[in-house]
Ligand binder design. Structure first.
Ligand SMILES: [Zn+2]
Length: 148
């Protein structure tokens, strides 16, 4: 009888009166690690392949985050098991951002790479789902920046 609530397309998003689409980009906030007394380097190093792990581990001086990022970008992220379907989603997102040199990415971009690595698992890679997970993360230091 035309009273179906789903017919009324009421926007449910808070304060979304702005007609401009705002692009939300996600990146890993390394400063957050410092503030939280955690080591970005340790976490990033855990995604190195065994070869790079050995190479960087053998160095006398302290490994820099930038060296780890370069190794991941140029080598480790190219290996097939860098991101797998068995891996927790947030770990996978962390690795995808590392693989791109921590370049800020939209949830759509991350989701696309995620489902490629997860054998086309589109549910895990849906932008809505990812945004929700990214917003509730307190472990990987994901941060968003907005650009119109
Ligand atoms: Zn490697």
């Amino acid at each position: 009888m035309g009273l179906n609530p789903s017919d009324r397309r009421t926007p449910m998003v808070n304060g979304s009166k702005n007609p401009e689409p705002v692009k939300v980009l996600w990146f890993i906030d390394t400063q957050w690690y410092e503030k939280s007394n955690r080591s970005f380097l340790d976490l990033a190093q855990s995604s190195l392949c065994p070869k790079c792990m050995e190479k960087l581990g053998k160095k006398r001086k302290k490994t820099a985050s930038s060296e780890v990022l370069v190794a991941i970008k140029d080598c480790c992220s190219k290996l097939p098991d860098f991101v797998t379907a068995r891996m927790p989603i947030m770990e996978s997102v962390f690795r995808i951002l590392l693989a791109n040199g921590n370049r800020p990415m939209t949830a759509e971009d991350i989701g696309r790479e995620l489902s490629e690595h997860r054998d086309g698992d589109n549910y895990a890679g849906s932008p809505q789902m990812l945004t929700r997970l990214l917003n509730s993360d307190h472990w990987y230091g994901f941060k968003k920046e907005s650009s119109v």
